[in-house]
Design a binder for this molecule. Structure first.
Ligand code: BTN
Length: 328
């Protein structure tokens, strides 16, 4: 009952809902509604009660739960979202669900990861109560080579979601780090499974890790100079459930745009890419070479000009980029 009242209040998005309407919808007495509201307040929800207008939700505690997130989704299919207190890696968990036949759109969120994974075998710092660790499962049709681009689509989706909830306009460090002021707010790890016989994509899991509530001093020393929290960077408190919902909604839209072959996301990616028009250091194995980043092609490869004037399109699997100017 408490969860149902909460869902109705969230769906109203800060507007009043009368006690009479609540008791009618839920077939309970107004006294029972009042009791449930009191209990929600004890859980940390700030709910205003005004005579003749009813109740409205002013603030939710910064928790990640299906009750808080599902009502904010454009596609709130029950069962699409799993929220966990702790898990080794949401990507690993989502891949297990995918192998067991979970449908496209399945999402896994954790408050904390004990073995959060980053690109190139690195770990991803994932403390409780501070970040958003989210994995989304899709089942793209067609050539797996095109599905690789989904990670860039997700980068644009995360930027749009961050903008929506915090007002901050982040940029993208090629291929898919989300950056503000030269520091990393978010990393994305996309993993795919391809069926060997047909060479078709079985599933893609897009793993998104966002630093949200950390202040600079909260990061371990080795990443303090290169990492930032969204709330601190934007100067606004960020509700992680609202951020999670915005990221899922924007990534769903980005996936639909990938399916329809639209160019809008590619254009947004280029507009946000911080490397274009700057010198970059490209690392291939143990070799580091400086080049000039001229643009991004439609497969999201970085178009570079080498010092001898020759040009090349490099893929994210071949090289990594080190900034000549700090992290970017
Ligand atoms: C990177 O910056 O190298 C990518 C980091 C990706 C981290 C996210 S957190 C949610 C998902 N689960 C993981 O284990 N990794 C991704």
């Amino acid at each position: 009952m408490k969860e149902k009242i909460l869902a109705l209040l969230i769906a109203r998005q800060g507007e009043f809902l009368s006690g009479e309407e609540l008791s009618r919808c839920l077939h309970v007495s107004r006294a029972a509604v009042w009791k449930a509201v009191e209990s929600l307040r004890t859980d940390g929800y700030r709910i205003e009660a005004v005579t003749r207008r009813g109740y409205r939700l002013l603030e939710s505690p910064d928790l990640l739960s299906t009750g808080l997130i599902l009502p904010l989704l454009d596609d709130p299919r029950p069962g699409r979202l799993t929220c966990l207190d702790s898990v080794d890696s949401t990507n690993t968990y989502a891949k297990t669900l995918a192998a067991a036949g979970a449908p496209a759109g399945t999402a896994v969120i954790a408050d904390r990861q004990t073995g959060g994974r980053g690109r190139r075998g690195r770990s991803f710092y994932s403390p409780a109560g501070q970040g958003l660790y989210l994995s989304l499962l899709y089942r793209p049709q067609g050539d797996p080579a095109r599905a690789v681009n989904l990670t860039a689509y997700a980068a644009v989706a995360v930027c749009l979601a961050m903008e929506k909830v915090s007002g901050l306009q982040p940029g993208i460090k090629w291929p898919n780090d989300i950056i503000t002021d030269g520091k990393k707010l978010c990393g994305i790890l996309t993993e795919m499974s391809i069926e060997a016989e047909t060479r078709l994509t079985d599933y893609v899991v897009i793993g998104i890790g966002i630093n949200v509530n950390q202040k600079p001093e909260d990061f371990p020393e080795d990443i303090r100079d290169v990492a930032a929290g969204l709330a601190h960077a934007s100067g606004r408190p960020v509700n992680r459930a609202a951020l999670a919902a915005a990221v899922i909604n924007e990534t769903d839209k980005a996936f639909a745009s990938w399916e329809s072959g639209g160019k809008a996301i590619y254009e947004q990616y280029c507009a946000r890419c911080l490397n274009i028009g700057r010198k970059v250091k490209l690392v291939r194995g143990h070799t580091e070479t400086e080049a000039f980043a001229e643009g991004i092609d439609e497969d999201f490869r970085l178009l570079v000009r080498w010092p001898d004037g020759t040009r090349e399109a490099v893929g994210a699997g071949e090289v990594s980029v080190r900034g000549v100017y700090g992290y970017t």
